[in-house]
Each structure stands twice: as structure tokens, then as C-alpha cells.
Design a protein around this ligand. Structure first.
Ligand code: DX5
Ligand code: ZN
Length: 214
């Protein structure tokens, strides 16, 4: 079963409560929240106070994607409201220790790879992960074009998980729309992040339905 995790990065935050209700009614599985620090990526988004407010207004699981330097410093803070915490392989933490800490706090753990990182880099971390996230754009901004190189990475990760007998969530993030979603699913993704494609639509529910029907 494919899960949809809409990214609120390009949403209007003053009407977000209403949009979240629409997404709930449309049957999305979780909400993808992109935290950016202006260091790890050249953009600043929002932090835990916004996530706390969102948590108070939805029962959807919160899929928190940390694009921050040395994320281990903030895991305990984000674990207060997150259901899944993903952080970057490249961000300068002890990745195994950080994954273990996330699970210790009762939150699902996930590692993310940028377009420049090979999937083999995270193979040894897979037993510590509940999810792996493959970036299909350079992290930092919504509305970019899907990079097809992500497809081979998704396949390599799915094959390795199968080889190890791991029933893994494999998420893909960046440029997902009606054309790219089926390719990502075919390659092995079972969680699709979609930001611009959903939030730029007049009828968000129709877009969710379209992606869900894959
Ligand atoms: C990019 C973020 C994405 C982004 C996806 O750095 O991690 O989650 O919001 O947006 P779209 O779907 O518009 O590419
Ligand atoms: Zn993201």
C-alpha cells in the first residue's frame, strides 16, 4: 500500500489548518514537515513551535524531515511532536547513535540521502531504520524537477532491504507528480512526498486521489 505524505513547505501557513482538514478528508497518510536551518541547505523554513501547533490540530502522523547540520543536537526536542524523524546521512552526526536515540524516544527513525550520496553508504544502517528517504531533488526548495537518478537508488535500497528481510518504508521526496510517482513506486518507493503538486492545485483532494490510485 502506497502512503502519501504531503509536504507543507509551499503551503500558506495562515490557512494551513483548513488545508490539513482537506488532506485528512482526502485520505493522506501523514504530513511531511521540512525543517531547514540555512546551513545544511541554503534556505530557512520553520522549527518546532510550528510543528507543535500542527500536532495540536491533526491526528495525522508527523513525518519530520530535518535538513539541519549536526541533527543529533535537536533530536530530543523534535521527538516531542514527531512520529517519524528523518535526518541526513551527510549532516555530520554519528548516524548510528542518532538513529538509536530516535527509536529510544519512541519515534520512528529514518536516514536521508542527497542526490550526491550512493545508497550503499546507508546499507549498514538499515537495521536501525524504520524508513529510508531518497531525495529526488537537491534539498532546500519545493517545486523542483524530479531527478531520474533517484530511481536506481530506490531499486538498490529495495533490493538490499529484501535481501536482509527488512520490511522497510522507502520514501521519495522532490518533484513527485502524476508522471513521476508511478516511476518511483515501480522502483521500490512506498511513501511519496508531494509538495507543490498538491498545494498548487485548486482541488487538492483530486491530486491526492490521482497519486493514491497508482
Ligand atoms: C525539499 C523538501 C521537499 C519539498 C518537496 O528540500 O525536502 O519535501 O517540499 O516539494 P515538491 O514536491 O514541490 O518537490
Ligand atoms: Zn522533505
Amino acid at each position: 500500500m502506497i502512503k502519501i505524505s504531503p509536504s507543507v513547505l509551499t503551503a500558506d501557513f495562515l490557512t494551513l489548518e483548513n488545508d490539513i482538514k482537506k488532506l485528512e478528508d482526502a485520505g493522506v497518510d501523514m504530513l511531511h514537515l521540512d525543517v531547514m536551518d540555512g546551513e545544511f541547505v541554503p534556505n530557512i523554513s520553520f522549527g518546532n513551535p510550528i510543528i507543535k501547533s500542527i500536532k495540536a490540530h491533526t491526528r495525522l502522523p508527523l513525518d519530520v524531515h530535518l535538513m539541519i547540520d549536526r541533527p543529533h543536537r535537536y533530536i530530543d526536542e523534535f521527538a516531542k511532536y514527531a512520529d517519524i524523524i528523518s535526518f541526513h546521512y551527510e549532516a555530520g552526526s554519528d548516524n548510528a547513535a542518532t538513529l538509536k536515540r530516535i527509536r529510544e524516544l519512541g519515534v520512528m527513525s529514518a536516514i536521508v540521502i542527497k542526490p550526491c550520496t550512493e545508497p550503499e553508504c546507508v546499507f549498514d544502517l538499515l537495521p536501525l531504520c524504520d524508513m529510508v528517504l531518497v531525495m529526488s531533488v537537491e534539498p532546500g526548495f519545493g517545486g523542483q524537477k524530479f531527478m531520474p537518478q533517484a530511481l536506481a537508488k530506490l531499486s538498490a535500497l529495495r533490493d538490499e532491504c529484501n535481501r536482509r528481510g527488512l520490511d522497510m518504508l522507502i520514501e521519495v521526496d522532490g518533484g513527485i507528480n502524476a508522471e513521476t510517482a508511478p516511476l518511483a513506486v515501480k522502483a521500490g518507493a512506498n511513501v511519496l512526498v508531494a509538495g507543490n503538486y498538491i498545494f498548487s492545485a485548486d482541488d487538492m483532494a483530486a491530486r491526492v486521489k490521482e497519486i493514491k490510485s497508482i
